[in-house]
Design a protein around this ligand. Structure first.
Ligand code: ZN
Length: 469
């Protein structure tokens, strides 16, 4: 991996330090600094999680803009103003700015996908067969990229799909092919224009548990913990593949290096059965792959549901903790999640894919928000998505259509809450004067009026207009 400084130099020198031609259609450049440009964007709606301006404008200061493709560029982006057109007209810098108008467009902060598996992108969407979750596990094990080059290629495909859909930050699970802790997903994400966390995933249950944890500790000791805009994180896979003791050792490791944590939790009925009773298809699966030994009968099968099981295992961590999914949640467990200080990442399409509402009832994301739990949105892998996109905007559309969720609550989950879950700067996802932002997403020609809910209901997807440095 190139040192961050060198990578940056290469990107900047590759392109002129000017916004692309379409942003120079009118206005004059204010030559305060040769590396700085001013850009004014007008749209039908400018909105973030807190405010909507309709019609709205954004006035931005760009540092070192570099064109990435025909439609996007990357720059240091500072908000000089956000408001209705006439408010931005009155800003002293407005008349010096390049001016771009999106007559039917909507501008929002770049979105956060807080739980994805970018390396699985080449597999593409796949139908779920009758065998359900175990068949899904088979698909992943059979088709996932295994060697470092294939993993890097898969992650790059996933990164492109994120950017195509307005996502500028991601919580990516750097998967563990055939039980090997692989670092190439982290290295690939760190070289991209996205920011976020790459969580090294591992399985640690049964005879090889100690060996795997030693390997994990060695890797963490030897890897940089931040590269570019990407931090290293740790992902014990799930309570049915990681022993309580391994969770605790992982938490201690994460806290000693200030690494964020993530784990799958309370996802399927098979998980419930295994954690509660140490029986069922997951027990059979663990035996078949040599991850079960008899001593585990005393660890699992204690009659606890998955959320309570994990609550008994972990103490409130000193670093950010994500619990991905949490479909299987009883009212008396909401307080357990809150007391762990965890963020829940809800992946609505994945829930639909596995039919979790039929087993557990509707997901309690609104109840969790009401209880003060940070809830963000994720896509999970492309395998469980209805189309070959990795779009958080599509997840927002699903929740508005299905539940009538407030559009600003959806934007909050897709921006600020995602940032908080990943331990990123939340201000980078709010159009507040002075904020250095992570990016701007555009829904173009999707604006039938001046109502944000109508825009989300429209069939258009978001796309990334600008990525922040
Ligand atoms: Zn996942």
């Amino acid at each position: 991996m190139l040192p961050a400084k060198e990578r940056h130099k290469r990107q900047v020198s590759a392109q002129a330090i000017q916004p692309p031609e379409k942003y120079r259609s009118s206005g004059k450049r204010m030559d305060l600094n040769p590396d700085t440009s001013l850009l004014r964007l007008d749209a039908s709606i400018v909105a973030d999680a807190r405010r909507t301006f309709a019609p709205g404008s954004l006035l931005l200061e760009l540092e070192r803009p570099v064109q990435l493709s025909d439609g996007q560029y990357r720059a240091g982006i500072r908000v000089l103003g956000a408001g209705r057109h006439e408010e931005i007209d009155a800003h002293p810098a407005s008349s010096y700015a390049w001016h771009q108008v999106f007559p039917q467009g909507v501008l929002i902060p770049g979105l956060v996908n807080a739980h994805a598996h970018l390396d699985l992108t080449p597999i593409g969407p796949a139908r779920l067969t009758e065998r359900g979750f175990l068949a899904f596990v088979d698909t992943v094990r059979t088709h996932r990229p295994v060697d470092d080059q294939a993993i890097a290629d898969g992650v790059r495909q996933g990164i492109n799909l994120c950017i195509e859909s307005g996502v500028v930050a991601v919580g990516d699970i750097a998967g563990s092919p055939r039980g090997r802790i692989a670092t190439s997903a982290y290295e690939t994400l760190a070289q991209s224009s996205l920011r976020g966390v790459s969580y090294l995933e591992f399985f640690a249950l049964g005879p090889k548990e100690d060996e795997i944890l030693r390997k994990l500790e060695e890797i963490v000791n030897n890897l940089p913990h931040k590269e570019g805009g990407v931090r290293l994180g740790l992902q014990p896979h799930a309570p049915y593949t990681v022993s309580p003791q391994a969770y605790r050792r992982c938490q201690a490791l994460a806290e000693s290096f200030s690494l964020p944590l993530s784990t799958h939790l309370a996802e399927t009925p098979e998980e419930r059965e295994f954690i509660e009773s140490a029986t069922g298809p997951l027990r059979v699966f663990l035996e078949s792959v040599g991850m079960w030994d008899r001593s585990l009968a005393a660890v699992f099968g204690q009659g606890r549901r998955p959320v309570r099981h994990l609550h008994c295992v972990l103490s409130r961590p000193a670093t950010p903790l994500i619990l991905a999914h949490v479909h299987d949640l009883h009212e008396d467990e909401v307080e357990l999640v809150r007391s762990l200080g965890a963020s829940v990442v809800y992946c609505p399409s994945a829930g639909e894919y596995f039919g979790t509402a039929e087993h557990f009832g509707a997901h309690k994301y609104l109840r969790l928000l009401e209880a003060g739990v940070n809830v963000a949105l994720g896509t999970d892998s492309i395998i469980n998505l209805p189309e070959a996109r990795l779009s958080i905007w599509r997840e927002m559309q699903l929740l508005l259509r299905r539940d009538g969720t407030d559009p600003h609550v959806l934007l909050q989950m897709a921006t600020i809450n995602g940032a908080r879950a990943l331990g990123l700067d939340e201000a980078a996802f709010v159009f507040e004067t002075g904020n250095r932002i992570a990016g701007v997403a555009l829904i173009d020609k999707g604006c039938p009026g001046l109502d944000l809910g109508e825009v989300i209901r429209s069939s258009h997807d978001a796309t990334t207009l600008m990525l922040g440095e």
